[in-house]
Design a binder for this molecule. Structure first.
Ligand SMILES: [Zn+2]
Length: 188
């Protein structure tokens, strides 16, 4: 669009030429990347890198890389203006610290999840042994200790293997869990 305007003879110097107070030639190296409606974009790049350095850099690059190079220069220049000491490194360091903080939070959350799962498994094992005892009557005093070592799934299945009233046994598991006084953990 800018090119069309320039070819039609409309006098609209690019942001670089406007700032440098020079005539914007037809083949101005800045014109495609620094439009007149974004003056600050070139101002920061000029302030940090210098117009002649940017011009040389763009001329040394193939045309298809110039747009990316300008984006990079603008990003770095804006960062340097915001943070004259650290520039882009300040942003990178800040993001790195955020990553480390979030990784720590994630590790804490994962450890808590493991702890809750183990407590859940222990509760189920305990309830399973109680259900097992109820289903079999009082004959499983010695079995209770060993069965508490089994997995929760086995504990839920165990009453079914011995007692015909499996639905009743499972109902008892649910009732017993609510009677523990702790919030039930449904996720496994
Ligand atoms: Zn120009």
């Amino acid at each position: 669009m800018r090119e069309v305007g320039r070819k039609q003879g409309t006098v609209s110097p690019c942001a670089a030429c406007k700032l440098l107070r020079r005539r914007c030639a037809q083949d101005c190296i800045f014109a495609p990347y620094f439009p007149a409606d974004e003056p600050q974009k070139f101002a920061n790049v000029h302030k940090v890198f210098g117009a002649s350095n940017v011009s040389k850099l763009l001329q040394e690059l193939p045309a298809h890389h110039r747009s990316d190079a300008v984006s990079s220069l603008v990003y770095e220049a804006n960062a340097r203006v915001r943070d004259p000491v650290y520039g882009c490194v300040g942003a990178i360091s800040s993001l790195q610290r955020q990553i480390e903080s979030l990784q720590t939070q994630l590790a804490v959350a994962q450890a808590e999840m493991v702890r809750l799962r183990m407590r859940h498994a222990t509760c189920l094992a305990h309830l399973g042994s109680r259900t097992h005892t109820t289903a079999l009557g009082t004959a499983s005093a010695s079995t209770t200790g060993s069965s508490s070592m089994a997995s929760p799934k086995q504990q839920l299945i165990a009453p079914d293997q011995h007692a015909p009233k499996s639905v009743f046994a499972l109902d008892m598991v649910i009732v017993d869990q609510t009677s523990l006084g702790e919030p039930p953990i449904w996720s496994c």
